[in-house]
Write a protein that binds this ligand. Sequence first.
Ligand code: ATP
Ligand code: MG
Length: 508
Amino acid sequence: MRTTVVGAENTSPIRWGLRQVAGHPRTSSSALVGSAAVFWFGLHTMLWAVGIAVLAGVSWRLLDKPTFDRFAGRLLRAWWRRWWTYQRPWLRIMTACNLTTTDHKGETLVPRVTGVRCTWSWDTVSVRMAKGQAPEDFEQAIERLANAFRARSTNVRLVKPGKLALDFQRREPFDEMIIPLSPLAESTSAVDLRRLPVGMDEYGRDFTLNLLQRDLHVLLGGATGAGKGSYMWALLRSLAPLIRAGLVRLWVIDPKGGQEFGMGRAMYHAFADNDADGLALMQTYVKTLDERKLELGRAGVRTFTPSRETPLELLICDELAAMTAFASRWITVAFAPLMSKALTQYRSVGGRIIAATQEPTKDNVPMRGLFPTKIALRLDSASYVDMCLGEGMRDMGALADKIPEILAGVAYAKRDGRREPLRVRAPYSRDEDIAELVEFCTSVGTVTELRRDVTAPAEGQERDEPADVYAIDFEALEVDDYDTDQDQTDEVDVIEHFEGDEDDEEIA
Ligand SMILES: Nc1ncnc2c1ncn2[C@@H]1O[C@H](COP(=O)(O)OP(=O)(O)OP(=O)(O)O)[C@@H](O)[C@H]1O
Ligand SMILES: [Mg+2]
């Protein structure tokens, strides 16, 4: 039996060579430029130039691994892995894993690697299936493929008819990495609303939220036990001095009877532990921010700066679906439009929302597209990933459904304006840590008293707003000036690294 590859039949060596050159424009143009440079400048000069470039690259990697990886490392790794890790043993492994077929002439048809993309933890190998193959053939061989390519885990996705993506997990940085809780900053000046640490990314950098500009509202999607709570508590911890000083007010809806957020009730401005109270709280929140919008609008104020008079109003809603889908109809019907309004209208008056849901479907979270930042923790189904993060994010490497249960708190974060998902993990806040946080935030008595007057409105009836929403006693308060002028954001637009994208067609 002769061995060939898909489409390789009856190909002359010259034709084969030309197709290789045309099929790998980056590799062939680099070779061409390299040869021209050697011809032009001489071998000696070129060796020096290459040496200096290698030295610069190594120094860059040593000094700043994440940016090196983002702009150069992934490309180099994808190129190297394509040829060395995948292409070199490909025929052997495909044959050993029984992933070849035979045509009518008795020739062996082998699936082709058409591209490799790398993130820090996962490689994605694009594969054109051989004639007569189905994705199920690869699914059945998944464990064998993982072993053959020495991957921690493997996943198969059908990208389009005839084309698959095989994902190989090469490393798991969060196995080793300890994510510490951020220390409670004593002074408000130590808190930058543009860089609130809520965890670490897979490179070991701080994962921060920018509540002033970029991460105005955050949606967390994660199955039960995935660790959604840890992101919310980490955010509250980062905000602690501002909460204590009355510069941030917390409105918390925990419809599951206060199981997640009940411990912190002393530091909230308003708290609801059931769906009916949750609706009442939402109505008050919207009314408060509507009034502020009018007030500031009439005063001609266009930029919002959190102050004691106009604090940042952070609404936290754990298990959003309990308010938008699973509650009585009169609650869901009233709640969803209020939530959508809050997500769209209060950017410039300090309204911010962080919400969590177990199933980020359209029915459960109809307003999910209004959250500029989405974080997908372990999800029950592959389809939930794109529902939570946005279309195409799973193909971009956000394999949230592949996060193992033992890695609670690991997630993929997607921000508006950034194409790639970022793999992150939050620290876990134990009960003692939450107790410490609550004590800290309530220690100088400046947190707005918890409004216990949030009671359920009668069915179908709107609640009245309690009179004194800004009744905060700041008498004994000493706060540092809060400076919001420094913009330390380091995010840059992302380029997609996909070695071999151009090589989509069958090439012999
Ligand atoms: N960031 C984390 N790091 C390590 N372990 C964590 C982390 N977050 C959560 N865990 C572990 O997972 C368990 C469940 O976490 P948590 O209750 O926050 O999940 P959840 O997503 O809020 O679930 P539910 O939807 O049921 O409320 C915790 O008891 C803890 O043991
Ligand atoms: Mg929870």
